[in-house]
Design a protein around this ligand. Sequence first.
Ligand code: GDP
Length: 243
Amino acid sequence: MLKGRYYRGFATGIPASAGRLAGFAKAFDMHVINPFRQASYVLSAHQLRQLPPDEGIEVAIAGRSNAGKSSAINVLTDQKSLARTSKTPGRTQQIVIFELDERRRIADLPGYGYAKVPHKLKAHWQQVMQRYFETRRCLRGVVLVMDIRHPLKPFDENMLAWCDAAGLPCHILLTKADKLKRGPAQATLLKVRKALPPGATAQVFSATRRTGLEDLIILLRQWYGYDDSPPGNGVGDSGGQVL
Ligand code: GDP
């Protein structure tokens, strides 16, 4: 009966974690609306001043090259090639902005850790990223994509430290979970969770199997404030389509 309907009424005002909401939705066989299907490409910035005005809500997606960031974005937005899944990782060093609506954006941060990027360029981007984290006021949180088989590399630790310093929530996607059996995947999740600073969370994910997609959407809906206000005033509009 409730199938296919969004559960805004239940979610509003409940100070529950995304995980509990996901469980709630599943228990009642309700489907989550995915507003990220509306994402469209806006621009690619080589410098911070090329970014859209620092207003509204931005969520950044970061990860080492080849971790599976583009695939995660494509699955999240249900668009096959919105973020390019590249065979030459780390080639493009730019911040790519996708828009959900005029006040909500995804910032696809440059893949980092790719050995073939010249040292000077790496150092430059390290600085740009640090400044982005320190100054971007509309930044609501960071989704940090890691290959579940190679979690918490030095670059990831760096990113976590920046989030921690900026007081930003960081949500880790342990992706390519389909490459591991359930037991080892859960063991890695527990290990990673134990190592995280306060304010950071983690989940397993697979772009190939869409594992964890619903949990991710529920968390991001909270970050973007889709569930904050009553229907019809424009800000809290659920938008998008059922997952
Ligand atoms: P990016 O460099 O972080 O954007 O990584 P991509 O999304 O381009 O993915 C790098 C490689 O990993 C590609 O060959 C993808 O097909 C593969 N990949 C990404 N996500 C998954 C996943 O969830 N499962 C599996 N098996 N492969 C994946």
